[in-house]
Design a protein around this ligand. Structure first.
Ligand SMILES: [Fe+2]
Ligand SMILES: [Fe+2]
Ligand SMILES: [Fe+2]
Length: 310
């Protein structure tokens, strides 16, 4: 199975290959700082965590709001925004995520095609074999959406070199509310639901940055396609999978899950990534990881306080 963990490793391999290219042909400075393969791979791993945290906290905020806990809802939304707009965005610069519009579209086409033709069909077959029909049906439906996304991005890519081709409008999201639920499936299908949710959360965060870049380069229709597709990934795909995975629990359970994630990032992941970056001389990245770790510690404290009050 190919998951986000493998993607991070694959990206590290690419960076390693690029490191041997002479400086004159390396990517331009606005695309990526030159960092070690390990730093780039760690940035991508962190970005997957940040994108997932953003999506999860947005869902937890919804539960808090529905149960009248306005201050808890506000805390989740404020924290979600830091994860996406500060941590994910800053780490994306370290990883050199955003390229030209053509490169971003090619990357999006590859991701959507993999999900449409490989990942989701395999997840659907496993869910069928495990007797979780509701997940098999959802995976099959999402696979079809991803094929639509791949085709739309392909047309958008063609439009860059052929003025007679127009960029399609994005698919309209069929918005799902992630209500409190128990997992609908167990076994490998539950693991696959969580893997798929990581992919969807990462895709939405990535497409938002690609949309910003397309808007800046004077391609508003491509920006609208990326932004609209990002909305489908989060509010329809991630959300549908989140309901089946039992993502949202009581406010106390959600706060407890958030504290555990933040504590891991603050005490294990970011300190490790910071010291690895420092060891290979990536000082700016080390500083970024160290700063993010300190902020995660403050998130853990704020969630702990909210849990005590609830
Ligand atoms: Fe998609
Ligand atoms: Fe998706
Ligand atoms: Fe955090």
């Amino acid at each position: 199975m190919f998951t986000w963990k493998h993607l991070a490793i694959a990206a590290g391999t690419i960076a390693l290959t690029c490191a041997s290219i002479p400086a004159a042909t390396a990517a331009p400075a606005h695309h990526s700082r030159t960092v070690a393969a390990s730093t780039k791979a760690n940035a991508l791993t962190a970005m997957h965590g940040e994108a997932f945290a953003y999506a999860k906290y947005t869902a937890f905020a919804g539960q808090a709001a529905r149960t009248g806990k306005r201050s808890v809802a506000k805390l989740f939304l404020k924290t979600a925004s830091v994860e996406l707009n500060d941590h994910f965005a800053d780490e994306a610069v370290i990883a050199g995520l955003v390229g030209s519009d053509a490169a971003n579209l090619a990357d999006a086409i590859a991701g959507e095609t993999y999900e449409a033709t490989t990942m989701y069909p395999a997840f659907a077959a496993t869910a069928t074999a495990e007797g979780c029909t509701v997940a098999a049906d959802l995976f099959t439906e999402i696979a079809a959406d991803e094929a639509v996304h791949a085709a739309a991005y392909q047309t958008a890519l063609t439009s860059l070199s052929d003025a007679s081709v127009s960029v399609p409008a994005p698919q309209v999201a069929d918005v799902v509310t992630i209500v409190k639920s128990d997992p609908a499936c167990a076994g490998q299908t539950l693991t696959n639901l969580l893997d798929a949710m990581h992919g969807e959360a990462f895709a939405q965060a990535k497409y938002r940055l690609y949309a910003t870049h397309a808007a800046k380069t004077g391609h508003p229709a491509i920006a609208a396609l990326f932004a609209g597709t990002a909305k489908v990934e989060l509010t329809e795909h991630f959300a549908g999978e989140g309901v089946l995975a039992g993502l949202v629990g009581t406010n106390a359970a959600n706060l407890t899950a958030a504290i555990s994630g933040e504590t891991y990032e603050a005490t294990v992941m970011y300190p490790d990534f910071a010291s690895q970056a420092k060891a290979v001389g990536d000082r700016a990245a080390a500083h970024e990881f160290w700063t993010a770790g300190r902020q995660e510690a403050s998130h853990a404290r704020a969630f702990t306080k909210a849990l005590r009050r609830s």
